[in-house]
Design a protein. Structure first.
Length: 203
């Protein structure tokens, strides 16, 4: 499986990192070794001094597809989860400054904790899913799928023009404003529609 991540999909987050709002989705990938399930802790890596959380809604892909037409895109995912796109912001800024790829900042081991998936049938409106991230019981990010620049179906259509989607793949759909650093001892919790779905302790 692979993890595809959409960058800059919320206007306020693009602004907070001084990035332009994109005209087409921006995506990058994380390997299978980035995935963490089961609320296991995140171990702060030695290669960075500025690991940031990015709380995101995550799509679970349930069939193979390429060049997917947007109106059929909703049949290619069956669950919505909460994920944290851990980012080594210091390494990312260096890479950006040099025009280099982001892998060392984004694709490192355990950089993608993901909750259980909630079946799509349980949502009244996929275009109106509220979610939030708390750090040490303080809400630090709040978002809604209605605020995405590119919605789930347009993401699927766009990405599948370049990369075949396979069963079990996951798509991180972008983070709202409020990203920030973590330190050892922090507790992160992800919520979808007010329901706690993810716990991640920083060790
Ligand atoms: Zn992200």
């Amino acid at each position: 499986m692979k993890i595809i991540c959409i960058g800059r999909n919320y206007t306020e987050h693009a602004k907070e990192l001084n990035n332009p709002v994109p005209a087409t989705p921006v995506f990058f990938m994380k390997p299978e070794s980035a995935l963490v399930r089961g609320n296991l802790p995140f171990f702060y890596p030695a290669f960075s001094n500025d690991i940031h959380y990015e709380g995101e809604l995550v799509l679970h892909i349930n069939k193979v597809g390429r060049n997917i037409i947007q109106k059929h895109a909703h049949t290619y995912y069956d669950g919505i989860g909460f994920g944290i796109d851990f980012t080594a912001r210091d390494l990312q800024q260096e890479a950006k400054a040099k025009g280099l790829p982001w892998e060392i900042a984004k694709a490192f081991d355990s950089s993608a904790p993901v909750s259980e998936f909630i079946p799509v049938e349980e949502f009244a409106d996929l275009g109106n899913i509220g979610f939030s991230l708390s750090k040490n019981d303080q809400q630090v990010q709040i978002g809604n799928s209605s605020e995405m620049i590119f919605n789930f179906d347009s993401i699927i259509a766009y990405v599948s023009r370049f990369v075949t989607l396979k069963m079990g793949d996951m798509i991180f759909t972008g983070t709202p404003a409020g990203v920030g650093p973590v330190t050892v001892g922090d507790k992160l919790e992800g919520f979808i529609g007010g329901r706690k779905v993810l716990l991640c302790n920083i060790r």
